[in-house]
Design a protein around this ligand. Sequence first.
Ligand SMILES: Nc1nc2c(c(=O)[nH]1)N[C@H]1C(S)=C(S)[C@@H](COP(=O)(O)OP(=O)(O)OC[C@H]3O[C@@H](n4cnc5c(N)ncnc54)[C@H](O)[C@@H]3O)O[C@H]1N2
Ligand code: MOO
Length: 409
Amino acid sequence: MSCSCDSGKLQPFESGLAQLVNAASSVQETEVVELQDALGRVLARNVLSTLAVPPADNSAMDGYAVSYKDLAEGKVFQISQRVAAGHQATAFTQGTAVRLFTGSEIPEGADTVIMQEEARLEGEGVRFVGKPCKGDHIRRAGQDISIGDQVIMQGTVLAPQHLGVLASVGVADVSVYRRLRVAVLNTGDELVMLGMPCPQGKIYNSNFFTLSGLLSRLGCDVWTPGIVKDTPEATQQALAKAAGKADLILSSGGVSVGEEDHVKSAVEALGSLSLWRLAIKPGKPLAFGEVKGTPFIGLPGNPSAVLVTFLMLARPYLLKMQGARNLQPRQYQVHAGFDRTKAISRKEFLRVTVTNEDGKLFAAPAHSQSSGVLSSAVMADGLLVVPEQTPVTKGDLLDFIPFAELGAV
Ligand SMILES: Nc1nc2c(c(=O)[nH]1)N[C@H]1C(S)=C(S)[C@@H](COP(=O)(O)OP(=O)(O)OC[C@H]3O[C@@H](n4cnc5c(N)ncnc54)[C@H](O)[C@@H]3O)O[C@H]1N2
Ligand code: MOO
């Protein structure tokens, strides 16, 4: 694999992403889990239905079932039976009405339901007002799912609605790909872990929490050796330990060019680097390679660069490893709510808020786009993509990716 690593050139985002995703190999191991434990897991087999949903024609309304041909203006129908949902109907008597409820099975021979708001009780009978059409308010057997339908495809990340559909066809447990184990290494002598005092010159390790939160949203198990000191030895030691323990090593910090940045050289000492530095802002010094055969993604240390590079690069990589079918988030075009005459050479992912102005959506950059500032991501709704070398004029259409599409919720 060619590495732009020391050419001084920045690789375009698109080819970097393609390189990453192509290199990701999907796990093969599967496990069977109960449906209530399957949320967020990736389905390992297509599921075909052995049931029809609904299993029989049933009423969509509380009301009365009749045979359409019996309807005549002013006619009073005898109520021949009452069928509650979940109870069996007896044979239908032509010329009568059947009292039923939403979900009640339609007795064979009845073909139309009239809702109770259009019914008038007359003594023991019932008269209908209004003009029903034949077949009104009947939900047909199999209208949702037929026997043999493929209900959910392999590679689907199971959302609550998938669980509901699987339950509706009686699936109590499902085969899913095994969880990934991700090692998170946060490098930096300035870092202290939460719960410890934070003396002058130190900062709290916030990247660990951003990353472990993002990884949990993806259903990954997180392992960490703790904070990694800025020495070549400590960096190599942590990488070597992580290599035996994880499907992917994810680091933050130490990938830039300073004397205290040891991650790149440590990866090269223990394995290899196939990508370093993308033409993106934030996140330029992103690195990708392997350590003793374990894939490695090195995110820059700046907290917003961590968020953006994880969402745009590490996330599709992990989704592919998990066996997921859709790797890319949906994006929507919105109008720029700002002017920016200066074009930059890197593709930018701006943290923006989106508001509706007279039916048009406008994106406005959050208060700071510094890659060291994470609080602006808290105010934002998602990322606005500004292509490289492109000035922006208010009203221009640009791609917007909501945080919700990226699992950052
Ligand atoms: N001479 C140059 N300097 C820098 C360049 C460059 O091209 N030439 N690139 C800049 C860019 S762009 C970025 S992004 C950063 C990335 O640097 P590193 O990945 O080496 O990250 P660090 O230097 O270790 O840290 C950067 C910044 O982030 C803070 N940090 C690090 N880890 C954490 C953490 N776990 N929690 C909270 N904050 C963290 C760290 O204290 C630094 O302030 O390099 C630029 N420099
Ligand atoms: O890419 Mo860095 O995150 O631009 O500061």
